[in-house]
Design a protein around this ligand. Structure first.
Ligand code: DGJ
Length: 738
């Protein structure tokens, strides 16, 4: 290599923020704010030296690397000489921090990759072979992944010591966001097939287990219930095996260091089964593994075939939970959501579901369109019930033709346009009801059809999206409607989980692929439709928020957050969801639950996508006025402050009697604060300290119309003590810089 070439390469490394010190055999990934150091030890095992706030110089590697821990040496028996010896490297050190642990060797803390070979061995032992530094974050071939990212990627090729199997390990860092992205690709070069038993996306070995672990479990109508516990001794895991990311556990989780402000958040760009596991070892270290759930998973690779894992997204903060959340918000908005019109103003949505369910005709819907216009709606969505003979949830799914006896779709669209409103429609593409034309003609399209007693849930079967034929059938049916009518929005629902993970399109030995192929099928159809109709906004939904995840957000810029209409429950659901996902993605509507006034429900909905879901004809004049007041705030401020601004969590309802969040526009000129009581607090001495304002700017607030500095608001706070707040009373406060 000549001098010029070296100069050029060094220059590139500088630009790419990833450096390799060949003498020390150390990689340093940094964006100036955080650092990640990896050591290629003398036998080619990748050891984790450091992950944390930026560290310019890692110093003496010997002091940190696990391979240098003297008492970790491992013995072997030399059969030729008939004596016991020590391995001359200590690579098998049980407690070393590694990037990719071996499996079935000495380290028993769990490995990210498990592969069965022809000889029956499950052992893997991947060692460094070569590396590349890549500008940006390479897209995955089969899965949704980070896009348009300014960042750099270290791609290390590892080779198994005993088998001709290659592992590509990618770790990326973003330039202007404290985000690390990891994934693996397994390539089989053996002449025989290999079977992947586990293909996780990442391993992270932390030097301490002194963390609290927060995860978001739940059920239908109680999604993302925040649970925080100490990291347990030994093994613990949260997971989904429902065939969707699920109500039961969300793929967003985080670890909060008990000794300082370090918070590490994790998520997966994936919509199906996952396992996030922690193993706190006897020496006080913590192994984090994350990826596709290996329960019922097995994937055969023929010679030269490869398998790529979803990307794991890690958000690092040394400034507490809010910074971890903000990193996620930024990466989701800038590098995951792909909707063409994401940067444009989003119309206020009215959804017909809770106002009339499937009980409607053209006249009723026309009257809803007119009435919703009066509360500021700009997009009318006709939910479930418009197709085939769908008057109850026993029928219709899979037969996606308009029920012309029930609804004149063109008339509804014309009425929307007359009112200067857009029009949207509901689908549940991955399902079929028995009794439909589709099921009668193609019973084999339903999962579970191999047996006499097929499991039914919400009276429907899950379509076999492992098959392109099935996907194509649904695609063509959807195109028939979407090509003919002016549709601006599609709500994509998903109301059951996968039970029978058996496909009649696959051979017996391929059944371990079903869950993953179903996820790929979901993405395939979304991909085809979003490419064909780039102007249509697709909103994700799964019986409320049962598929609230990064894979869905890649195609759907917003996801219906929950079917829970009790606004108090929603305080929790929305607050908790916003810890991992931006407000712009959290589908939220003011609805007709009578627990609180429309004003409070609308103010809460404002801290989400904002919309309505009720019988609009039953609203009183006062209620119409209340809703219009909030709609005006939406139109004036939502885009700039709530969608594009920065979110701060002020009071956690999981810990106190209050829930409060605020959003600040990026120029720090405007802020919106939402504060609510859960139980009544009449004359509490209470100042609400704000966050994220410019300390040197002066802001007028619309609570007492006074002007204070940003510094004042952040150090003394907004004086709420003069307000009697009853149960579930709230305040929406707007601050404008003067
Ligand atoms: C479940 C969704 O969460 C609801 O909003 C509604 O669309 C129904 N499905 C329709 O069946």
């Amino acid at each position: 290599m000549n001098m010029d070439m070296n100069y050029f390469i060094n220059l590139l490394k500088e630009v790419f923020m990833i450096k390799y010190d060949e003498t020390k055999r150390v990689f340093h990934l940094t964006n100036g704010s955080i650092s990640y150091y990896i050591y290629v030890n003398s036998v080619g095992v990748l050891e984790t030296l450091y992950f944390g706030e930026h560290l310019e110089d890692i110093g003496e590697v010997a002091g940190i690397a696990g391979a240098n821990i003297d008492n970790c040496s491992t013995q072997y028996f030399d059969k030729k000489e008939g004596v016991e010896k020590s391995f001359d490297d200590n690579y098998k050190a049980t407690y070393a921090r590694k990037e990719v642990s071996s499996h079935a060797l000495i380290d028993k803390r769990g490995a990210p990759i498990i592969i069965e070979k022809k000889n029956g061995s499950y052992e893997t032992d991947f060692r460094f072979s070569s590396y590349k530094i890549i500008d940006g974050v390479p897209s995955l071939k089969t899965l949704p992944s980070i896009r348009n990212a300014d960042g750099s990627t270290l791609e290390v090729t590892l080779k198994d010591v005993n088998y001709d199997v290659e592992l590509i390990y990618r770790i990326s860092i973003l330039d202007k966001n404290d985000i690390i992205i990891k994934n693996f690709e397994i390539i089989n070069h053996e002449k025989d097939d290999i079977t992947i038993k586990r293909a996780y996306s990442m391993e992270l070995d932390l030097p301490s287990c002194h963390y609290d672990f927060t995860h978001f479990r739940g059920r239908w109508s109680k999604e993302r219930d925040k649970k925080t516990n100490e990291v347990m001794d030994g093994y613990q895991a949260v997971s989904s095996n429902y065939g969707r990311s699920s109500h039961e556990e969300n793929p967003f989780v985080y670890l909060e260091n008990k000794d300082n402000n370090e918070v590490i958040g994790f998520n997966l760009i994936y919509s199906s089964n996952f396992t996030f596991s922690l193993f706190s070892d006897y020496m006080g270290g913590l192994r984090v593994l994350y990826g596709i759930n290996d329960e019922d998973f097995s994937w055969k690779l023929k010679t030269d075939e490869s398998f790529e894992t979803p990307q794991a997204v890690i958000s690092y903060s040394y400034q507490g939970v809010d910074k971890m959340s903000q990193n996620f918000h930024k990466v989701i908005k800038e590098n995951i959501i792909g909707y063409k019109k994401e940067k444009e103003y989003k119309p206020i949505l009215f959804n017909s579901w809770e106002g009339c369910y499937m009980d409607f005709d053209t006249e009723k819907i026309l009257s809803f369109v007119d009435a919703s216009k009066k509360i500021g709606a700009e997009l009318f969505v006709l939910d479930d019930g418009w197709f085939s003979n769908r008057d109850t949830d026993y029928t219709g799914l899979g037969d996606w033709w308009i029920n012309e006896k029930k609804i004149d779709l063109q008339k509804v669209i014309d009425q929307c346009h007359k009112n200067k409103m857009k029009f949207g429609i509901w689908y549940e593409p991955e399902m079929v009801n028995p009794g439909t034309e589709l099921f009668k003609k193609h019973p084999e399209y339903a999962l579970g059809n191999y047996q006499d007693k097929m499991i039914i849930s919400r009276h429907q079967f899950h379509l076999d999206f492992t098959s392109d034929e099935v996907i194509e059938n649904i695609f063509n049916q959807m195109v028939d409607v979407l090509d003919k009518y002016a549709v601006d929005y599609v709500k994509w629902d998903y109301n059951r989980v996968v039970y029978e993970h058996m496909s009649t399109f696959l051979s017996n030995e391929e059944q371990g692929r079903v869950y993953h192929l179903l996820a790929l099928g979901y993405y395939k159809l979304l991909d085809k439709l979003t490419k064909k109709y780039p102007d249509i906004m697709f909103e994700g939904c799964a019986s409320g928020g049962g598929r609230f995840d990064l894979g869905t957000l890649y195609y759907c810029p917003q996801i219906w957050c929950s079917d829970e209409s009790d606004p108090v429950q929603r305080f929790f659901i929305q607050y908790n969801t916003s810890l991992g996902y931006p407000l712009s993605t959290i589908g939220s509507h003011a609805n007709n639950n009578n627990l609180t006034s429309y004003k409070i429900k609308a103010e809460l909905a404002l801290f989400g996508t904002y919309g309505y879901e009720m019988n609009p004809k039953l609203l009183t004049e006062d209620e119409i006025n209340e809703l219009n007041e909030v709609a005006d705030v939406y139109k004036k401020y939502h885009k700039e402050v709530i969608e594009e601004g920065t979110l701060y969590h002020l009071c956690d309802p999981n810990k106190s009697n209050y829930m409060s969040m605020m959003a600040v526009s990026s120029n720090k000129n405007t802020a919106i604060v939402f504060f609510t009581n859960l139980l009544k607090e009449l004359d509490q001495y209470r100042f609400l300290k704000l966050k994220g304002l410019d300390p040197n700017k002066y802001y007028r607030n619309n609570l007492d119309s006074r002007v204070y500095s940003g510094d004042y608001y952040m150090k003394i706070g907004l004086n709420l003590s003069r307000f009697w707040l009853w149960e579930f009373n709230s305040k929406l406060i707007i601050l404008n810089a003067i």
